[in-house]
Design a protein around this ligand. Sequence first.
Ligand code: SDX
Length: 451
Amino acid sequence: MHKGNNDMSGFATPVLPGPTPDGFVYLVDPETGERLARLPVLRGTIGPDVIDVRTLHAQSGMFSYDPGYMATASCESTITYVDGDEGELLYRGYPIEQLAEQSNFLEVCYLILTGELPEREAFEKFSHDVTHHTMLHEQVSFLLRGFRRDAHPMALMVGVVGALSAFYAESSDVASEGQRMISAYRLLAKMPTIAAMAYKWSIGQPFMYPKNKLGYAENLLHMMFAVPCEDYTVNPVLARAMDLILILHADHEQNASTSTVRLTGSSGANPFASVASGIASLWGPAHGGANEAVLRMLEEIGTFDRIPEFLDRAKDRGDTIRLMGFGHRVYKNYDPRAKIMRDACHQVLDELDVRDDPHLRIALELEKIALDDPYFVSRNLYPNVDFYSGIILKAMGIPRHLFTAVFAVARTVGWVAQWNEMHVDVSQRIGRPRQIYTGSQKRSYVAMDAR
Ligand code: SDX
C-alpha cells in the first residue's frame, strides 16, 4: 500500500483531493485508483466547510483518527461562533465586544438560551423567574457541610450540582422541553448560591441567602461578602466588573467542558449530572483552572527580573512549566475576551486605587515580552481569557481557589444551552467514539505456574 506523505508506516494514507464542485470529496487508493469513499462536504452559515464522515467506515472499513479533536466538528450548533484566525467571538451572531459593552449577563443568558435578544417584557419575566430560583433546598447546606473546610470549591461544585438531581427528580425527564427549561433555570439560578456557599464554608462564615432585589452578579457578590450582623452594599463598579466577567465566560462553542456536557447528556443523563461532568472538566489547569494557575504563576515570578527565566522554562519542552493564560486551541490570534478583560482590569484597579498592583504590572510586562518572542509568535500563542481574569477577581477580594468556580457560574448557561441543543438535534445520538487499536494480537491465557 502507498506510504502517504505522513510517517504512518504500513498504513495506506490516501491523499484526499480538495472539495469537488459537486460538494463531495472522494477517498481514492492512489495505487489502484479504487474509490474507497464518497463523502459529502457540508457548509455552515460561516466558518470552515466540514467533511461528513458518518459513512466513512461503512464505505471504506476505516475510521477517521483525530486525537484531541484538532480538526473534528462534533455537532451542528447555532449558539456560538469562534473564528480563531480573526480573533472573533459571536454569541448567536452578536459580537462579544458589543455584548460586553451594551448588554448584561442575564440578557446574554436569555440570548444564548433562546437565540434572540429579549424584548423588555420577556426579559423582565426571565429575570423574575431566574431570580426566584436562586434559593437552595435547606438539605443542600447539610450536604455541603460534609466537606472539609479546606476542600477545593470545585470539589464542592461538582458534588453539590451532581446531587441536585436528587432534589428535582420530577424535572429530570430530558425528553420534555418544559422540564429541560425548568432545569436550565434552576441551574442558572443556583450556581451563584452554591459558589458563594462554597466560599463561606471555606472561611467559616455563615451562609448568606440570595436577595431577590439584587441583580445576578450583585447577588453573587452579596452572598460572598455580606455577613448577617450588618448591612452590606455591593460596590456597583465591582458588580459591573463581575457581570462583564460572566458575559465573557458564558459560552465558547465545543470547548472541553461543553463537549463533556454534551457527551454525558448524550446518554440521557439528567441535566444536573451532565453539568457536574462539565464542572469536573473545567477544573483542569489546561482549561478553566488556568485563571487560578495564572495568578499562581504571577506570584511565583514575583519580580520583573525573573520574567526572562520563567519564559525560558515555558519554552523548554522538557519543562512542565507553561505560560498559563497563553495559547488556545482555536485562537491563533488575540482572544477577544482577553482584550476586553485587560481593559476592565485597568478600570477596576483604578476604581479600587490599586492601579500599581504588582501582579498586573508583571502580567503586562510578561505579555509585552512574550508577544515579541519568536517562540510564542511562531506558535501563535496569545493571551487568552484567563490571563487577566484572575487579576480582576483577586482585586475584587475573591480568593484564587474560587476563580474557576466563578468561571463555572458563567459557563453554566452555555453548558445548558448546548445540552438542550443536543436534545433537539435529530442527528444526535449517544456519543461513542472508536479508536485505532495498537495493543496485543489475540492470544491464549497461560496458567500462573506456566508463565
Ligand atoms: C480555556 O477551548 C476553549 O475554548 C477553552 C476556553 C473556553 O472559553 O472554554 O477558551 C477557556 O480553557 C482557555 C485556555 C486556558 N489554558 C491555559 O491558559 C493553559 C496554558 N495553555 C496551554 O496549555 C495550551 O495553549 C492550550 C491547552 C490552551 C492549547 O493547547 P493545544 O491547542 O493542544 O496546543 P499545543 O499544546 O499543541 O501547543 C502547540 C505548541 C506546543 O509546542 P510545540 O510542540 O509546537 O513545540 O505551543 C506550545 C506547546 O508546547 N504551547 C505553549 C503554551 N501553549 C502551547 N508553550 C508555552 N506556554 C503555553 N501556554
